[in-house]
Design a protein around this ligand. Structure first.
Ligand code: GAP
Length: 460
């Protein structure tokens, strides 16, 4: 097993063992590239989402929240160009039927192929000696375009699945923001520039290499569409690039593991596009976690044209109507989740024993405080610690445990990234103090029970 696989295998097995991520439908043999989140995984994912909301909505005066539906009118994806052009180039193995991304094959061979034409891809593929990634056969088809859009049968009782009747599962969440732009204007009356943010599921029929939750067919996006005057684009684009980059470093991602990637070939709607890339140890390279795109007036103009609705904004200052331009920030919640796991997962040697610890920003930790009685068969200790736990859980996500030795309980909390463990021991019964252990340093401190909430509040 090579280096790349070792790290990936470790993360996958850790994620399952500690209830972060499970394969979907495992008892039926699983579903390719679909995953479920367990207890700690759900808590971590929600914390990442909330940290994003805090930055993008709560701390701003110019961004509003939306939660639009997954299903949208079929015309949405015709207008946005997705039914025509949202696809990936694929080659199929005619022997084992494995499907592979043709652009990824070229990229693995050092040829830039992002959004390249199918003619270019086929010409370059012919120059290479390509084998099937699964069975090694050389019997591969030419590259063809494969739509990423996932069809549903919603609302098609007549079985009419012609393009204009197909209801798709949305391939990106921003579509809902464009469709609700007018209602948002008329109901919250924002002034340009302003943003609309939402977090939600998106679906793409991806041709996937084994990359765990990095690229999946069902995933969540955290997107913000910022509506502005065209002359504001340059300044606001730079502002958002900086804000988004800093969000990652504020939550403990080292600057050296992040970089910008400028798109040379742009998506049909974009006039400028940069990605924030993170160096994934488990994937052995820099990979995209978020896109910051200037989309011009493409989306609103197209939806206005196809719906017949007036999607102009009346600019009070200039006394004129205009279609706002849009810049977006678009991050994959599951990908960002994998980034935080990959960055935080640490193996240390502590007095000859391996300690696995998730050194994640405390604000993102699934459990903030674990409370233990030193011994589980001493009623006074159990009662006192339970009382403390009941009090602390009013404020933080806490865990109470009596299972195994105190050392084992510490190790488990280290693995799931719990910043503080509080132990009630025999002295606690007389001195009304507890031992607080910090995750990264493993340092222990005696703290008065009456000061404990204040102590934790200052640190969490
Ligand atoms: N609205 C713009 C948009 O959707 P994108 O670059 O296709 O742009 C944005 O996607 C982000 O969504 C990516 O940076 C990535 O984090 C996430 N993403 C896209 N496809 C994904 C997939 N199949 N699985 C997991 N995350 C994905």
């Amino acid at each position: 097993m090579n280096q790349k696989n070792t790290q990936l295998e470790k993360i996958i097995s850790f994620a399952k063992r500690r209830s972060f991520v499970f394969s979907s439908s495992e008892i039926y043999g699983g579903m390719e590239s679909i995953y479920d989140y367990g207890h700690y995984g759900t808590l971590l994912k929600n914390n990442i989402r909330d940290a994003w909301w805090k930055e993008m909505v709560q701390k701003r005066d110019d961004v509003y929240a939306l939660d639009s539906a997954i299903f949208m009118h079929p015309q949405t994806w015709v207008s946005s160009g997705h039914t025509e052009g949202f696809d990936d180039p694929q080659v199929d193995c005619t022997d084992c039927k494995k499907r592979m991304r043709a652009d990824h094959i070229l990229e693995d061979n050092g040829i830039e192929a992002d959004k390249a034409s199918i003619e270019f891809i086929n010409k370059e593929l012919q120059k290479l000696d390509i084998k099937c990634a699964s069975c090694g056969s050389k019997n591969l088809t030419e590259a063809r375009r494969f739509s990423l859009m996932i069809k549903s049968n919603l609302g098609s009782p007549t079985e009419d699945l012609s393009e204009e009747h197909v209801v798709y599962l949305r391939p990106e969440t921003c579509g809902g923001i464009y469709l609700q732009y007018k209602n948002m204007l008329d109901s919250v009356h924002p002034k340009l520039p302003f943003g609309v943010a939402q977090v939600g599921k998106a679906f793409r029929n991806e041709i996937v290499a084994r990359q765990f939750i990095f690229r999946t067919r069902e995933f969540e996006q955290m997107e913000m569409q910022y509506f502005l005057r065209p002359e504001e684009m340059k300044e606001k684009y730079e502002m958002w690039k900086e804000l988004r980059f800093n969000w990652y470093t504020q939550y403990g991602i080292p600057k050296e593991k992040l970089r910008w990637h400028e798109h040379e070939v742009l998506a049909h709607y974009a006039s400028e596009a940069y990605d924030i890339e993170f160096y994934f140890d488990c994937l052995n390279g820099f990979k995209e976690v978020e896109g910051v795109h200037a989309r011009g007036d493409w989306d609103l103009s197209e939806h206005s044209k196809h719906s017949g609705e007036d999607l102009t904004y009346f600019d009070e200052d200039k006394k004129e109507k205009m279609i706002p331009h849009i810049m977006e920030t678009s991050a994959g919640l599951n990908r960002v989740f994998l980034m935080f796991l990959d960055n935080a997962y640490t193996e240390e040697d502590v007095e000859g024993e391996k300690r696995v610890v998730l050194k994640i920003d405390k604000r993102l930790s699934p459990i903030k405080v674990a409370v233990f009685p030193l011994m589980k068969n001493k009623t006074e200790l159990v009662e006192k610690s339970k009382e403390l736990y009941d009090k602390l859980k009013e404020r933080w996500m806490c865990e109470f445990s009596t299972t195994g030795s105190i050392g084992k309980r510490y190790r488990k909390q280290d693995e799931i990234g719990t910043p503080y463990c509080v132990t009630v021991d025999f002295d606690s019964l007389s001195d009304e103090s507890v031992t607080v252990r910090e995750r990264d340093s493993m340092k222990q401190e005696r703290v008065k029970i009456s000061d404990l909430e204040k102590y934790l509040k200052e640190r969490l």
